[in-house]
Design a binder for this molecule. Structure first.
Ligand code: NAP
Length: 446
């Protein structure tokens, strides 16, 4: 339920941003937690900090023309939403997927503000992307697209201004082509302008693993808070991309067993435990589908048109995309004895799903806390770039584990302080919001 003081603010967001359903959902989810904050900090309401935080500082929409290998011209649309810079330069990934439109970029950018604040690093919130579909495109085509996009975007970026990274459809390869074009246009080797770079040209060790690894460190802390552990736990992970593969890896390192994963064609169930080498060979080398995993492993079966959340587990980690875990899925997880759900993806659980999990006594770790390891390690990459240094894997991973532990404790303690013990959603929203709000108040009416 929304506090009555916040209801008109939400209504105004819906009115000013028509049709942007995912953005409305993300704003509502944060506002629902802020009732006790408004009561405790009337000065923030007077300064209209909540209204200001819901309005991006700047939104850039531009045309990206490019030519395919046959010479045909294509026109895509790209976005960069520079949402909030109270804590540092705008920071957040670029997503290339046909579903991208302004509402998706704004939802992701809005979430990013609070996520970045929770990391304790000096980074603001932003997000970008394009409706370009990189699937079935040659390397040359993707490179031409990245170069054309950066030819416009470069003027808005800078290591002290706006620092993009990867997201769905944007990995080290795309970051490389965008960085190359930025360098060419500006004539500056400005490493800190993009993160997620290759380790030989300014990238940080552990950045690739960071979101998945960080998620599992967060889950470990959630389990510890219940006097439980990962050892021997059965885990289901949706997706089989960057976040999912690294989450599977870390679960296995810590003694748990992942028995199912998916892609957009369906899921595989392997009661013996997912063979990560086999899955990586299919996904990263052959760029294949999860069905091929079931063909390669006799212990596994491929399932289409049924939700992955029907597979019984102790811990469920949605790591694919937004709104992939519904109220019905949550009810199924509860009925099967699941105890922890933590979001590797951004907003993968619907509001009905979150309510059903809460009512079923499942501990729920929201993405803005649980998947913050990626952006935190991006900030570590910026630190290394600024000091022209590079850290070892072990040192960087230890920093990541420390950051995830402190995010967990901040959310846990804030939830208790605001009268909602163990409610990580409230803890993350309130703690993230307060950091940004106090900085905005200090910087005056800008
Ligand atoms: P990715 O490498 O592109 O992988 C996405 C995976 O999700 C793919 O396996 C994809 O399958 C699958 N998928 C997409 N839609 C699906 C659906 N409807 N049902 C089942 N599977 C589906 O992307 P990623 O970097 O792992 O990102 C995944 C999520 O984590 C996103 O929400 C992203 O915003 C979030 N996130 C990522 C990072 C990061 O550092 N990468 C950081 C924070 C948050 P197909 O190949 O079939 O499409």
């Amino acid at each position: 339920m929304l506090d009555e003081k916040l209801e008109p603010i939400y209504d105004e967001v819906v009115r000013r941003n028509p049709g942007e359903q995912e953005f409305h959902q993300a704003v509502r989810e944060v506002l629902v937690s802020l009732g006790p904050v408004v009561a405790k900090h009337p000065e923030l309401a007077e300064r209209k900090i909540i209204q200001r935080v819901c309005e991006p500082e700047r939104q850039i929409i531009f045309r990206v023309p490019w030519q395919d290998d046959r010479g045909e011209v294509h026109i895509n649309r790209a976005f960069r939403v520079e949402f909030n810079s109270a804590l540092g330069p705008y920071k957040g990934g670029m997503r290339f997927h046909p579903s991208v439109y302004l509402g998706i970029v704004k939802f992701l950018g809005f979430e990013q503000i609070f996520k970045n604040a929770l990391t304790g690093m000096p980074i603001g919130g932003g997000k970008g992307g394009s409706d370009f579909d990189p699937r079935n495109r040659s390397d040359d085509e993707v490179m031409r697209f990245c170069q054309s996009l950066m030819t416009e975007l470069y003027r808005h970026l800078g290591e002290h201004t706006d620092v993009p990274a990867g997201d769905i459809g944007v990995g080290t390869r795309e970051i490389g082509w965008m960085f190359g074009q930025y360098k060419r246009i500006t004539n500056r080797y400005e490493s800190g302008v993009l993160t997620g770079k290759g380790v030989h040209w300014g990238g940080a060790l552990v950045r690739e693993e960071a979101t998945g690894y960080g998620l599992v460190y967060f889950v470990q802390k959630m389990l510890e808070a219940r006097d439980e552990g990962l050892d021997g736990a059965t885990v289901v992970v949706s997706g089989s991309g960057n976040v999912a593969l690294n989450a599977i890896d870390k679960v296995h390192q810590l003694g748990g067993r992942v028995v199912a994963c998916s892609d957009s064609s369906g899921f595989v169930h392997d009661p013996d435990g997912i063979d990560l080498d086999c899955l990586k060979e299919i996904k990263l080398v052959r760029r294949g589908r999860v069905r091929e995993y079931a063909e390669a492993r006799s212990s596994a079966r491929f399932v289409e048109q049924t939700s992955i959340w029907t597979v019984p587990c102790d811990v469920a980690l949605p790591c694919a995309t937004q709104n992939e875990l519904t109220g019905r899925d949550a009810a199924e997880l509860v009925a099967n004895g699941c105890r922890i759900v933590a979001e590797g993806a951004n907003m993968p659980t619907t509001p009905e799903g979150i309510s059903a999990l809460r009512e079923g006594g499942v501990a729920f770790g929201p993405g803005k806390a649980a998947n913050a390891g990626g952006v935190a390690t991006s900030a570590l990459e910026m630190q290394q770039n600024a000091s022209r240094d590079s850290w070892t894997f072990a040192f960087t991973e230890a920093r990541l584990a420390e950051i995830m532990s402190s995010i967990h404790d901040l959310c846990f303690d804030t939830a208790a302080e605001y009268g909602a013990p163990r409610n990580y959603v409230l803890g993350a929203n309130v703690a993230g919001f307060l950091k940004v709000a106090h900085a905005m108040a200090a910087l005056g009416l800008v």
